[in-house]
Design a protein. Structure first.
Length: 89
């Protein structure tokens, strides 16, 4: 998974994933999905992955993994959204 970034997905991953998807560069090969939120891949109303042909990395939430630490260790990076004071300090 050298081209994937894990986005830890509680409790604000839907906001973070939408921001990531919106900010990813558009590419001539894209079919317009990045600009049209109605076409983004969702499950249960939440965006679970973000990516673009014009950007070398894709972003996945842990909901798309088997949720094991050995799988998490395979990702290029992990993106954490510090929403709790215990995570910030």
């Amino acid at each position: 998974r050298p081209h994937e970034v894990l986005v830890m997905d509680r409790p604000h991953e839907c906001v973070l994933m939408c921001i990531i998807q919106r900010l990813l560069p558009r590419h001539a090969e894209d079919d317009g999905q990045e600009g049209d939120a109605d076409n983004w891949p969702t499950k249960d109303g939440r965006l679970r992955s973000a990516g673009s042909a014009g950007y070398p990395y894709s972003f996945l939430t842990r909901a798309l993994t088997d949720r094991s630490f050995s799988t998490f260790a395979q990702f290029r990076a992990v993106l954490l959204w510090a929403y709790d004071m215990d995570l910030i300090t």
